[in-house]
Design a binder for this molecule. Structure first.
Ligand code: FES
Ligand code: FES
Length: 166
């Protein structure tokens, strides 16, 4: 049997440029987890349904289980590991904690990155908007109410921060 083709390419993840030497057929999810040691993107369904593997690519959510790592060359990837800045948790991360919006935490990175993109485009959402935005991210534990509350609270804080020029 022919050995899998190995390729070398550069990936920018959480603001850091990495050189990766790995199988050409490797999924972005597996490159992030196995080659870069980032455990935030989770492997759930591995066919695009659960949202646990969600990362941002150039500011847009993508399912890292549905694309190859080589497809992310020349793109900016953000995983949950890059969301806090200078040791300070993002308002979304803080509100997830305050509202007990996670139990096992398996869905949480994908939920937060999805909410991050969403709040960037919908700074003053309704509860229905939030539920709709998160409908592609599955949680087996929380019943969703606390997650929606956390996203709404983070949205309020982010709006207040913008008004205050923070
Ligand atoms: S692991 Fe990618 S969508 Fe479920
Ligand atoms: S907190 Fe367990 S899957 Fe969402």
């Amino acid at each position: 049997m022919k050995a899998p083709e190995v390729v070398t390419y550069a990936l920018t993840v959480n603001g850091i440029r990495h050189r990766v030497q790995t199988e050409a057929r490797k999924l972005l999810l597996d490159v992030l987890r196995e080659d870069l040691g980032l455990a935030g993107p989770h492997a759930g369904c591995e066919h695009g349904v659960c949202g646990a593997c969600t990362v941002l690519m150039n500011g847009r959510t993508v399912r890292s289980c549905l694309m190859f790592g080589v497809q992310a060359v020349d793109s900016r990837i953000l995983t949950i590991e890059g969301v806090a800045k200078d040791g300070v948790l993002h308002p979304l991360q803080q509100e997830f904690s305050v509202h007990h919006a996670l139990q096992c935490g398996f869905c949480t990175p994908g939920m937060i990155l999805t909410a991050l993109e969403f709040l960037g485009e919908h700074p003053d959402p309704t509860e229905v908007d939030v539920r709709d935005a998160l409908s592609g991210n599955l949680c087996r534990c929380t019943g969703y109410d606390s997650i929606v509350d956390a996203v709404l609270a983070a949205g309020r804080r982010m709006r207040e921060g913008r008004k205050a020029g923070v």
